[in-house]
Design a binder for this molecule. Structure first.
Ligand code: F6R
Length: 602
């Protein structure tokens, strides 16, 4: 959460910082701010709310200078106010921060005892004040920053700028990502490569504990032991540079529409023309006794769907957990465990901590990420990029379906290596998915009218059975995060064990039920809802619609699909319902309130 950008450049810094922040706004949009040094003089501008407010402010109160740092905030300590907005300044130091300083209360008390005063409620202000204290004690800016970070507990990526120094920036990371961009006589800093893509394609990723001293023409990196470190300079992939909406009204609409292409790309990488499943050779399921899948949010639901595949197809026992619970539960990890961590960003703090917990205990750690240079990728034994392409909208769409495709391929590979039989038609039927998804997206007009009705509800229930149960959970999550309507997903069979008490004519129930082996069971649960006056939106295929549409308020008909693939196809109406309900309610689709895309704090 929070995005950081910095430049030591040869052009005005403010527009460069704003451009970089625009690409980081998915990390938080509670406030934004920049600081520059112009002719040795440090100054800053900050505004509450989205970046557009900062841009407006800069029109009226421009900020000159060719060196600068910028920040877009997802509030942790202190409300989204101008005072709490970054950059934070103490005397000659300005600092931007992503992460949480866990010992900030002790540090505040210590600084207060020394006569320092506070003008914010943030943890970050202590960083600026500590650096100022070291400068007052005669340390150089480099030494002051170095001593400061030694006093911090918690997670941070930090960039420091100093009054009187036009050609100096300090960048450091522990627990939060940070990248350095190399220009021609210019140097950049960014929370990720996307932020730096308009300025350079040469990137150095800082590693855990790295401390970097930047000038326009030099970069010195010390590792966590203070030793000079030689970090690789990489060429970043070109498609990170493209973050436009491509003619769509929202990034989410674009990303929903991109799913056929994204899945095609993933299949091209992992499924050969001869239908051979090409996963990294190091992955050997024949030696695996169990699989542990860990993720957060939508990634967790992808893992839940994968449990059905791994268990039913490959006959491997699977445990699935949300990372925030897994990391503190101290689960025993026995030899023979393949631990799989699923994360679009590859930076989710809880998932990364869970991965670190399994390191040295699991037989193998696999990372499924959309950002191949991310921390989770770097710390996994085997990396499977999901190849979804940049996902900008805060709500995950194409990353989810690509995660599902790759998890299914893993389950099929496991079946192959363990000698269990593959479901009929697989893996070749996977190739039909892009076309079926395209067809589903094209037939969205009915989803729009259904969503207009759903937008009037205060509570909505999603039901699914078998591997559609995780999709019911995902449908509910997507709807609540985008439309702010309370929604819950349940396993259809669980309804009568409590949630059915909620049912009346004001609580619509969305039922996801392809005409598979469990269809009749789900239809019985649906009848129980209708018998209590509940209004049902049934999502099924033509056969299911023919068998079970009586009494149903609305039916959304999807193409027929191989049973094993239905969780992937049924993700599309779940996403569309959330999208169009949010449109009907007029909420901010791409940047829903209180959320951020990259959750780098616990
Ligand atoms: C919901 C959503 C979140 C993320 C979660 C994990 O639409 O996007 O629930 O899935 O924050 O993020 P990653 O996958 O980056 O670890």
């Amino acid at each position: 959460m929070c995005g950081i950008v910095g430049v030591l450049g040869n052009h005005e810094a403010a527009p460069i910082l704003v451009e970089g922040l625009k690409r980081l706004e998915y990390r938080g949009y509670d406030s934004a701010g920049i600081a520059t040094v112009d002719a040795g003089k440090l100054a800053r501008r900050r505004a509450v709310g989205k970046l557009a407010n900062l841009s407006d402010l800069l029109v009226h109160e421009p900020l000159a200078g060719k060196s600068g740092i910028g920040h877009t905030r997802w509030a942790t300590h202190g409300a989204p106010t101008v005072d709490n907005a970054h950059p934070h300044r103490a005397g000659p130091v300005a600092v931007v921060h992503n992460g949480i300083i866990e010992n900030f209360k002790e540090l505040r008390a210590n600084l207060a005892a020394d006569g320092f005063e506070f003008s914010t409620e943030t943890d970050t202000e202590t960083v600026a004040l500590l650096a100022e204290r070291h400068l007052r004690n005669g340390l150089s800016p480099q030494e002051a920053a170095y001593q400061t970070i030694g006093e911090l507990d918690g997670a941070f990526a930090l960039a420091f700028l100093f009054d009187g120094h036009d050609d100096l920036m300090i960048a450091t990371r522990k627990g939060s990502p940070l990248a350095i961009g190399h220009g021609d006589g210019e140097m950049f800093v960014g929370s990720d490569a996307i932020a730096l893509a308009p300025f350079t394609d040469q990137i150095t990723y800082l590693e855990e504990g790295d401390f970097a001293i930047l000038t326009r023409t030099s970069l010195e990196i010390r590792d966590q032991n203070g030793e000079l470190a030689n970090r690789q300079k990489r060429l970043i992939q070109l498609d990170v540079a493209r973050i436009d909406k491509g003619g769509h009204k929202h990034f989410m609409a674009k990303e929903i529409a991109e799913q056929p292409t994204a899945i095609d790309r993933a299949l091209a990488a992992y499924l050969g023309h001869d239908n051979a499943i090409n996963l990294p050779e190091a992955l050997d399921f024949s030696k695996i006794e169990r699989v542990t899948l860990v993720a957060c949010g939508t990634g967790y639901y992808a893992c839940l769907a994968a449990k059905y595949w791994f268990e039913q197809i490959a006959r491997v026992p699977v445990e699935v957990d949300v990372a925030s619970e897994f990391r503190y539960r101290e689960p025993p990890i026995t030899p023979g465990t393949l631990a799989i961590f699923v994360s679009q960003s590859g930076e989710t703090a809880d998932t990364l901590a869970a991965l670190r917990y399994t390191a040295g205990k699991a037989t193998q750690i696999a990372g499924l990420v959309n950002v191949p240079e991310s921390s989770i990728a770097r710390e996994s034994d085997v990396v499977l990029p999901i190849l979804a392409g940049p996902e900008i909208s805060v709500a995950s769409t194409k990353a989810f379906t690509c995660q599902l495709v790759i998890l299914l391929l893993m389950a099929l590979k496991a079946a192959e290596q363990r000698g269990t039989s593959l479901p009929a038609g697989l893996p070749q039927d996977l190739r039909s998915l892009p076309g079926l998804i395209h067809q589903t997206i094209a037939g969205e007009s009915k989803v729009k009218s259904v969503s207009r009705e759903l937008a009037k509800a205060q509570d909505i229930i999603f039901l699914g059975r078998g591997h559609l149960y995780p999709l019911a959970l995902e449908g509910a999550l997507k709807l609540k995060e985008l439309s702010y309507i309370h929604a819950e997903g349940y396993a259809s069979g669980e309804l009568k064990h409590g949630p059915i008490a909620l049912i009346d004519e004001n609580v619509p129930v969305v039922v996801m039920a392809p005409s598979d082996a469990l269809f009749d069971k789900t239809v019985s649960n649906m009848q129980e809802v209708m018998a209590r006056g509940g209004k049902v939106v049934l999502i099924t295929d033509a056969k299911g619609a023919q068998l079970a549409s009586d009494g149903v308020t609305e039916t959304l008909v999807l193409p027929e699909v191989n049973d094993a693939l239905s969780p992937i196809l049924y993700a599309i109406p779940a996403q569309q319902i959330a999208y169009y309900t949010a449109i009907a309610k007029g909420t901010d689709v791409d940047q829903p309130r209180n959320l951020a895309k990259s959750v780098t704090v616990e």
